[in-house]
Design a protein around this ligand. Structure first.
Ligand code: HPA
Ligand code: ZN
Length: 324
C-alpha cells in the first residue's frame, strides 16, 4: 500500500525544523555563513541527543536572516507537504528567529511567509511558538507579537524547546496573553519529561492540544483526564523513535494511547532531522501498528476537529476525511 496520495492533515510541523539540509546549505553558501558542526559527512543534520538536536536546530537558523529567506523556506516546506499528500497543515514558527521579537520586523517576515502559503495548494495556518529555554520573559515578548498579529493565517500559539527548563506555570502569562487574543493553544509536553509535565501544562497553560504527550501513557489517571477533556495529542512517532523517547517503532505506545480513549493525530515534527516524512509515518503505522485507511481517516478527522482554523475551512476539509 502506498500512502502518498492519501489526504493528510499535519498539526505539528516546525518551520525551521522542516528546512531541507540542502536549503540551509544553499543559504549558508550565498551568505558565506559558517555551518560548522551542523551537518554530518553525508550532508544530513548532525546531532546526538535531544539537547544536541536543539543546538543544531538553532545553529541552522543562523542563516535565516530576511523575510525573503522565510518566504523561500515556507515555499520549500509546503512543496514537500503537497508531495506527501498533506491538504491541511499548521506550521509553527518562532519570531525569536525573525527579528528577535521586534513587532515591525515580525510583520515583514510574517507577510512574506503568508505570500508563500497563499501560493501553495496546501491549506496553511501558522502557530507562533515560544522557545521554553529562552525563558518566560522572552515567551511574553513572543506571545505579545503573536497577539498583535493574530487572525488571518496566524491562528495558534505554542511552546517547544527544552521541556526540563523551568515549569509550565512560569509561562502562564504568555499563554493567557495569547488566549485573550483568540489564538488556539498547544504546548510540547510529555515528550522528554514524564506525565507530570503534561498535568502541569494542562493545569497552568490550559491548552486544547499537547505536542507529543506520549509519555501520558505512564499515568492511567492522566489518560482518563485527556480522554475526558478531549485533549488532542499531536503524536510524532518517527520523532519519538529518533530522539530515543522509545527504542524502536514497535515500542511506541500510539495504539495504547488510542485504546485508552485519547484523541490523537499524526505529524512529523522536524522531518529532515528525523529522516521521516508523512508518507513514511503512515507507512510505519500501517506495517508496524496495523493502521489502515479507516484509522488514518479517523485521526485526520480528529486533527481537523482540533485544527486552529475557521469553521468554513474545518467543515470543507472534514468532508475530505470520510470513512473509506
Ligand atoms: N521538542 C521540543 N522542541 C522542539 C522540538 C521537539 O521535538 N522540535 C523543535 N523544537
Ligand atoms: Zn515539536
Amino acid at each position: 500500500m502506498n500512502w502518498k496520495d492519501t489526504p493528510k492533515t499535519e498539526l505539528h510541523l516546525h518551520l525551521e525544523g522542516a528546512a531541507p539540509p540542502a536549503f540551509i546549505r544553499q543559504l549558508a553558501q550565498e551568505k558565506s555563513v559558517s555551518m560548522d558542526g551542523v551537518f554530518d559527512r553525508n550532508g544530513d543534520y548532525q546531532w546526538a541527543d535531544f539537547l544536541a538536536f536543539l543546538a543544531t536546530y538553532e545553529a541552522a537558523c543562523e542563516v535565516l536572516k530576511s523575510p525573503g529567506d522565510y518566504q523561500r523556506l515556507v515555499a520549500a516546506v509546503l512543496e514537500k507537504s503537497a508531495q506527501t499528500g498533506v491538504v491541511y497543515t499548521e506550521i509553527s514558527v518562532c519570531p525569536d528567529f525573525c527579528g528577535g521579537g521586534d513587532l515591525g520586523a515580525w510583520r515583514e517576515y510574517f507577510d512574506a511567509m503568508c505570500q508563500a502559503a497563499d501560493a501553495s495548494p496546501v491549506e496553511t495556518r501558522f502557530t507562533v511558538t515560544a522557545v521554553r529555554h529562552f525563558g518566560p520573559e522572552q515567551a511574553r515578548i513572543t506571545s505579545a507579537v503573536a497577539a498583535q498579529t493574530a487572525g488571518h493565517m496566524l491562528t495558534g500559539f505554542g511552546m517547544g524547546g527544552d521541556e526540563n527548563f523551568m515549569n509550565p506555570a512560569d509561562f502562564a502569562y504568555a499563554f493567557d496573553q495569547a488566549r485573550e487574543a483568540g489564538l488556539g493553544l498547544t504546548s510540547h509536553a510529555g515528550e522528554i519529561a514524564g506525565p507530570q509535565s503534561v498535568i502541569d501544562t494542562l493545569d497552568h497553560l490550559k491548552v486544547s492540544r499537547i505536542g507529543h504527550g506520549v509519555r501520558s501513557i505512564e499515568d492511567p489517571a492522566l489518560l482518563a483526564r485527556l480522554a475526558d477533556q478531549g485533549i488532542v495529542l499531536e503524536v510524532n512517532p518517527g520523532s519519538n523513535v529518533a530522539l530515543s523517547v522509545y527504542p524502536d517503532w514497535p515500542s511506541h505506545p500510539i495504539n495504547a494511547l488510542r485504546d485508552a480513549g485519547v484523541k490523537l493525530s499524526v505529524s512529523t515534527d522536524d522531518p529532515p532531522y528525523f529522516h521521516t516524512d508523512m508518507v513514511a509515518e503512515y507507512d510505519h503505522l500501517h506495517r508496524i501498528h496495523g493502521w489502515g485507511a479507516s484509522d488514518f481517516a479517523a485521526s485526520n478527522r480528529i486533527a481537523m476537529q482540533a485544527a486552529f482554523c475557521d469553521e468554513p475551512t474545518r467543515t470543507r476539509l472534514l468532508t475530505t476525511f470520510q470513512e473509506p
